[in-house]
Write a protein that binds this ligand. Structure first.
Ligand code: HMG
Ligand code: MG
Length: 305
């Protein structure tokens, strides 16, 4: 049996939060269904952030209500604060029994300025908020994933000391997050740096407690994934077609494209549970929904055949 890797799909959240095109709720749900049908078992479906900050995901409650039940598939919703968690709990309450499993994800940045731009708080203030939010969510039976952004570099401050990410990861795990995803929010990383960052981070977390969330702005995302695989990481975030970015990080282009990641992993003999043909069909659907060619290279190669 091959080695198993989890591909964590962020397109419906990280991708669509940054698209100019208005995508109807029903179309978002069609994309989620296509991804789930292709074998993506963890799908970040939407966020409950301020609709004034991210109008693209203002329909989060309707997305949660319509999530398809697919065996083996669970969903994640990004929440920034207690109000976001309240909205998630209310949406799940309305959806009732028989609804597919949904977890929460929380986020903050290793750098001060990006955290202020993204959450209107210092990282310490956000951590203090999370000190009550994460245990509250766990107490309600929700799994919680953490994100640390700008680990490889900050669009406002430049280089970021990995020790800052390490202390945040330690806190998030102690609060009850089951996994923390390390973000190269603006896609500046290289494999040597990834090795150094993981060497530091693996002093405070097991490999299965970490995920890599690489943006492909400068074409180094897959090289960084390879460094992550070498360090024992088994969860990698990716976005269908390479949709997305971070609206509060200038220059952040799309996440690593799911198809580029899966193409490399399957070629290397890793098992992902993902059906290649259905994945490409989901990528083609994502292109139709946003009305533009997406940057994923493997997607474009397949569509040109
Ligand atoms: P704020 O303005 O400081 O909020 O924003 P506030 O607490 O002062 O409240 C102001 C108003 O917003 C109030 O309404 C609140 O009720 C409302 P008013 O009384 O004026 O009518 N409000 C909310 N409404 C709905 N849902 C909520 C919520 N919270 C407050 N949850 C806030 C602070 C956190 C809300 C804002 O900064 C925000 O929404 N930020 C999110 C930005 C975002 O979504 N960024 C992208 C996601 S992170 C990312 O992409 C990176 C990642 O992919 C990893 C990586 O790539 O590195 C995860
Ligand atoms: Mg991101």
């Amino acid at each position: 049996m091959g080695r198993r890797v989890t591909v964590y799909e962020v397109g419906p959240r990280d991708g669509l939060q940054n698209e100019a095109a208005a995508v109807a709720t029903g179309d978002k749900l069609a994309l989620v269904a296509a991804l789930a049908g292709a074998g993506l078992s963890r799908i970040e479906a939407t966020s409950f952030v301020s609709p004034r900050w991210i109008p693209q995901l203002a329909d989060g409650a309707d997305v949660v209500a319509g999530l398809p039940s697919v065996p083996g598939v669970s969903y994640v919703v990004l929440v920034p604060n207690a109000k976001g968690l309240d909205r998630l709990v209310e949406a799940l309450g309305r959806a009732g029994a028989g609804h597919p499993p949904v977890a929460a994800a929380v986020f903050l940045s290793a750098s001060e300025t990006h955290n202020r731009k993204n959450l209107n708080r210092t990282p310490d203030e956000t951590l203090r908020d999370l000190e009550s939010l994460v245990p509250a969510a766990r107490g309600m039976g929700l799994d919680v994933r953490g994100y640390v952004s700008t680990v490889w570099g900050c669009p406002y401050e430049g280089a970021v000391d990995p020790a800052r990410a390490a202390s945040i990861v330690e806190r998030l795990l102690a609060l009850g997050c089951h996994q923390v995803s390390l973000g190269d929010t603006i896609g500046v990383g290289n494999p040597e740096q990834t090795r150094r960052i993981l060497e530091r981070l693996l002093r405070v977390a097991r490999p299965d407690q970490l995920a890599l969330h690489m943006h492909d702005t400068r074409g180094t995302a897959l090289a960084n994934v390879l460094a992550g695989l070498d360090a024992g990481i088994t969860t990698f975030d990716a976005s269908i077609g390479g949709l997305g970015g971070c609206p509060y990080a200038p220059g952040a282009s799309g996440n690593l494209a799911t198809e580029d990641l899966v193409y490399m992993l399957h070629g290397m003999g890793y098992e992902t549970g993902i059906d290649w043909t259905k994945l490409i069909a989901a990528g083609a659907l994502a292109e139709r929904l946003v009305g533009r060619r997406l940057p994923g290279k493997a997607l474009q190669a397949e569509l040109a055949r």
